[in-house]
Design a protein around this ligand. Structure first.
Ligand code: PLP
Length: 399
């Protein structure tokens, strides 16, 4: 597995990651040569003349007119993420879900049809299964491990093929280039949630995808202290989304949150390298353990999609799931409750290691689990591998 990738040149733009993260979009001479950018904490921007105001109105989204549309601290983040994804342009949102919803809504109208990967992030699932149908948009969900499943679901009114690769909890991959080829054959738009990989490990625009989005809450922020989302694509697509879903739904990223995300971005390549290495150690240890039935991690040579993972992603990241070898939910709960250094929490992508047990969805009238109760999702953070392994070992010893 590749581990050194700090000097990857993003070929499309000819910029390397170090330049993008440290220099691109920074205009230090405009703010006292401060190394850290200012938080332009304002809702509004004044114009000096009617002509000045007129020009700003004509040139939104580039001009600074009003923070719901444009704010320099937010713009700096957009410039950097667009460059990391090799995109012409990007817009930032107040959460990853705002980015998912805006990207999908920007491409459909009543009467259209979307083909989405099955088992995406749970609120993306709600968007597909409950929200879009309310507005007359039909959705088919496909397994996605074979690209042909997308082709078979296409109808005359299909507009979008939606991917999340790997998808949440079970981490199956879609063959991005193969799905893109099908989309191009039928004249469809492809949208992918690339949060799992981060812009460091997978760049779907280079594989022909039209729109790439991230929950910036995860790896980009990296410290579990802020939320955000971002959509990257062609200037034309992003400007169209700006003038419609972005401005009307108003799920804006605050300048302060943009600043926290910029701060997180400074260390993104280092964190991704560390998380990748630690996760490989933890997974290798778990794979050999007698009380673990299976590890769901596409970077294991035994995984049926290992070769595709090698082809599409530059490196592994920090998420995987295990199936505990037990048919007793009490034992699953005992294991999870016994972990002392993994926090039990939703989300992922921060400095701290986490678990999310599917068992928590069982025995509740409200939740309708579709995954087995012995599945525990792990996120490996920045702690030492041995420290985490010792913790898992003592918890497994209890069951
Ligand atoms: N996409 C994926 C894969 C996620 O895991 C999440 C959140 O967990 C989201 C999107 C939504 O992001 P946010 O929580 O920032 O709205």
């Amino acid at each position: 597995m590749k581990s050194m990738y700090y000097n990857i040149v993003l070929s499309k733009k000819g910029m390397d990651i170090s330049y993008i993260i440290n220099e691109l979009g920074e205009e230090r001479e405009r703010y006292f040569s401060a190394v850290a950018p200012p938080i332009i904490q304002t809702s509004n921007f004044a114009s000096s003349t009617v002509e000045d105001l007129r020009q700003k109105m004509l040139h939104e989204p580039e001009a600074t007119l009003y923070t719901r549309g444009n704010n320099p601290t937010v713009t700096m983040l957009e410039i950097k993420i667009a460059a990391l994804e090799g995109a012409e342009h990007a817009i930032a949102f107040g959460s990853g879900m705002a980015a998912v919803s805006a990207a999908v809504l920007s491409q459909v109208r009543a009467g259209d049809h979307v083909v989405s990967v099955k088992k995406p992030y749970s609120w993306t699932n709600a968007l597909m299964r409950q929200f879009l149908p309310r507005f007359g948009v039909e959705v088919s969900m496909v397994d996605g491990t074979l690209a042909d499943q997308y082709r078979q679901a296409i109808r005359p009114n299909t507009k979008v093929l939606y991917l999340e690769s790997p998808n949440s909890y079970t981490f199956e991959l879609q063959d991005i280039e193969a799905v893109v080829a099908i989309a191009k054959e039928y004249g469809l738009i492809t949208i992918i949630d690339n949060s799992f990989a981060s812009p460091i490990n997978q760049n779907p625009l280079a594989m022909g995808v039209d729109m790439v989005l991230h929950s910036a809450t995860k790896y980009i922020g990296g410290h579990s202290d802020t939320m955000g989302g971002i959509v990257c694509g062609s200037r034309e697509m992003i400007n169209r989304t700006f003038a419609s879903e972005f401005m009307t739904l108003g799920a804006v990223l605050s300048p302060h949150d943009a600043w926290l995300l910029l701060r997180g971005l400074r260390t993104l390549p280092v964190r991704m390298a560390r998380v990748a290495e630690t996760t490989r150690h933890v997974v290798a240890w778990l794979e050999r353990h007698a009380k673990v039935e299976r590890v769901l991690f596409p970077f294991l040579p035994s995984h049926p999609q290992y070769e595709l993972a090698q082809k599409q992603l530059r490196n592994n990241t920090g998420q995987f799931s295990i199936l505990l070898k037990t048919d007793d939910i009490q034992k699953v709960e005992l294991f999870c409750n016994s972990l002392q250094h993994f926090l039990m929490a939703a989300s992922w992508g921060g400095h701290e290691s986490l678990i999310f047990p599917i068992a928590a969805s069982y025995a509740s009238g409200k939740l309708k689990p579709t995954l087995p109760f012995n599945l525990v999702r792990f996120y490996v953070g920045l702690e030492d591998a041995d420290y985490l392994i010792r913790d898992i070992e003592q918890a497994l010893d209890k069951i």
